[in-house]
Design a protein around this ligand. Structure first.
Ligand SMILES: Cc1ncc(C[n+]2csc(CCOP(=O)(O)OP(=O)(O)O)c2C)c(N)n1
Ligand SMILES: [Mg+2]
Length: 306
């Protein structure tokens, strides 16, 4: 997390973060057909309030584990947009020197990995390590509804509960996994998956960052105070395709979600017209400059001997 006031939670600061993620992701999708990005990408369009609502509470010593849909988490934690654009382009200035691509980031205490569920035991172990070190850091691990089918998650939840790992599992239920609707992939109750292991769960069905912030803050405070795992289920909406152009949903249904559940529009209503326009103009310039800079950046030099 950046140490420059990025953690502020006033309405303009929150809007800046939401809109930064939105513009970043739109820029990725707009430019994907130019063949300037290596590998694939999964955008966070529609879920911006989740990352901002949770990660605005964290400090630089805390730890974040993310998945294949990691750009929003990285940016909300204070990651540099230019380094992320450069990473997608395989450039030397990228988050991981251009070797990780969209899904595999390592930046300070921020980790992401595209193997579904793979980060959950790793995050749990990291949380435990921080506890044993006495750092007071909390770990946040993001996962999606479609990842609830991965058995390794349940081994991790069991150990987290037994050993008191200070971790907040944030389940982003966007009701779809690639093209599979949640009804065809997840049986039974989502919250019960956590409570079965004695892990307290909170749930919210909102795209309003101001509703997520206090509940996430309370959950994180409990993780810190009790040195034990907690879960937060955020029922959210994916506005874009799973990756690029692979959306099999009814376009009218997606349009309806955009109309009712847009985190950017919802929060924009709290700003005056001038505040909104000034913030958007500032972020538009920042994202464009980051993108252009990354385009100019050099590729890594491959050294066969290293
Ligand atoms: C172990 C594993 N199996 C399959 C995939 C391919 N894959 C990537 S994302 C995804 C769907 C994930 O759905 P969900 O967990 O709901 O996250 P969302 O994409 O909705 O954010 C799949 C099947 C993978 N990355 N890892
Ligand atoms: Mg999903």
């Amino acid at each position: 997390m950046r140490d420059d006031g990025w953690g502020l939670m006033d309405n303009i600061s929150l809007y800046r973060k939401l809109y930064l993620i939105r513009r970043f992701e739109e820029t990725v999708l707009e430019n994907f057909p130019r063949n300037i990005f290596f590998g694939t990408t999964h955008t966070y369009l529609g879920q911006e309030a989740d990352a901002v609502g949770v990660l605005s509470h964290l400090g630089a010593a805390d730890v974040v584990f993310s998945n294949h849909r990691c750009h929003g988490h990285y940016l909300a934690f204070g990651g540099d947009p230019r380094a992320l654009f450069a990473e997608l382009m395989g450039k030397a200035t990228g988050v991981c020197g251009g070797r990780g691509g969209s899904q595999h980031l390592l930046w300070g205490n921020f980790y992401s990995n595209g193997v579904q569920g793979g980060i959950v035991p790793v995050a749990t172990g990291m949380a435990l390590a921080e506890k044993l070190k006495g750092s007071r850091a909390v770990t946040v691990a993001f996962l999606g509804d479609g990842t609830l089918g991965e058995g390794v998650i349940y081994e991790a939840l069991n150990m987290a509960s037994l050993w008191g790992a200070p971790v907040l599992y944030v389940l982003e239920n966007n009701r779809i996994a690639q093209t599979t609707p949640v009804e065809l992939a997840v049986a039974g109750d989502m919250a019960a998956r956590f409570s079965a292991f004695g892990i307290p769960v909170r749930q919210l069905a909102t795209s309003d960052v101001c509703e997520i912030l206090p509940v996430a803050g309370e959950a994180l405070q409990e993780v810190r105070a009790t040195n034990s795992p907690h879960a937060l289920i955020l029922h959210t909406c994916r506005f874009g395709p799973h990756s690029k152009g692979d959306d099999t949903r009814d376009p009218d249904e997606v349009a309806r979600l955009r109309q009712l559940r847009d985190p950017v529009t919802i929060h924009a209503a709290r700003l005056s017209r001038d505040e909104r326009q000034a913030t958007e103009a500032e972020v538009n310039r920042l994202v464009e400059a980051a993108f252009q800079q990354a385009l100019q950046d050099p590729f890594p030099v491959l050294d066969a001997n290293s």
